[in-house]
Design a protein around this ligand. Structure first.
Ligand SMILES: Nc1ncnc2c1ncn2[C@@H]1O[C@H](COP(=O)(O)OP(=O)(O)OP(=O)(O)O)[C@@H](O)[C@H]1O
Length: 288
């Protein structure tokens, strides 16, 4: 599957929520869609899933618009933070509805996950705790086997162990059967190692699209004595510095090999730190 996002703008009255966003997603990978609160992530995912129209520009899924397009809609499963399901339906009814909708629906996987998350098939959605409702969303998202599966912070109410279990399941499913997974989250450190590619929105604009591997190679944390590190980073783009007991750690965009050659202790920078930097100062272009 390919997704072409062409000059997408979305306005609500005077507010421009997405501002001329363009990018391409190529094939089955795990994409991290990141950004601060209100950056436009959910709005974008709704347009992509065909739930709403862009004010201008368009999203093409394998060349077709998703809005009002049953064929395309059956290839996309969007699981949001909440309100994914009718509250009066029972879990088993929800699973049946989705099994009709998604041609690749995996009932054995759904059954297995229902057991693992200890959900009662006869329970109505309105009786579920937040965590249970999130678990149901995760089950539908994974069992849909939709070629494009989108998770928009799908884990509200799940504890750390249950979230970890979900991440493992998602990876397992991806490895078993490659599909495009778009994952939007604020718990970036928990999942960033799973991302193949990272997209960052800031105030409705795309400030970064980069492979996670490249990001890891182009940014680093350099540690050493304060004087040495200060001298080294003088001509570099510095994200942040921290000092502790005579040593300094500087987060920089730059050449890891050069830092290593000079004897510094060098580590990668967590993607969460990069996201904070890029969205604070709008330095998306400078990483290129
Ligand atoms: N139906 C709507 N009417 C008016 N404004 C809206 C509507 N939906 C979203 N917005 C506005 O669009 C902006 C982007 O919202 P969106 O939910 O897409 O951001 P987000 O990146 O998903 O945020 P978060 O991380 O907090 O979920 C916000 O300012 C929000 O108030």
């Amino acid at each position: 599957m390919n997704v072409d996002v062409c000059n997408v703008t979305k306005r609500y009255d005077q507010d421009t929520v997405l501002d001329n966003v363009s990018f391409r997603l190529n094939g089955p990978q795990i994409y991290g869609l990141l950004g601060r609160n209100g950056a436009g992530k959910t709005t974008f995912m709704d347009i992509m899933a065909g739930n709403t129209l862009a004010s201008s520009g368009n999203v093409l899924i394998n060349g077709e618009e998703p809005f009002d397009n049953e064929g395309v809609n059956a290839t996309i499963c969007l699981i949001k933070e909440s309100n994914n399901f009718k509250r009066d339906l029972k879990i088993k009814e929800i699973l049946r509805v989705f099994s009709f909708f998604y041609p690749n629906w995996d009932q054995p996987l759904a059954d297995q996950l229902i057991q693992e998350y200890q959900l009662k098939p006869h329970a109505k959605v309105k009786t579920l705790s937040k965590g249970m409702e999130s678990a149901l969303g995760i089950i539908v998202g994974l069992a849909s086997k939709a070629p494009i599966t989108i998770f928009d912070e799908p884990y509200i109410g799940l504890d750390a162990a249950a979230r970890k279990n979900f991440y493992m399941k998602m990876l397992e499913e991806f490895e078993n059967e490659k599909r495009m997974i778009i994952f939007s989250t604020h718990l970036i450190d928990e999942v960033s190692l799973m991302f193949h590619e990272v997209l960052i929105l800031q105030e409705g604009r795309l400030v970064l699209q980069e492979s996670a591997e490249v990001l890891r190679q182009r940014s680093c944390a350099v540690s050493g004595s304060v004087l040495d590190v200060e001298a080294f980073i003088k001509d570099k783009e510095v994200i942040e510095t921290k000092q502790l007991a005579g040593t300094m750690t500087a987060y920089i965009f730059g050449n890891i090999k050069e830092a290593k050659k000079q004897g510094f202790h060098v580590e990668g920078i967590p993607i969460q730190e990069l996201m904070i930097h890029l969205t604070e100062k709008g330095k998306g272009a400078s990483i290129k």
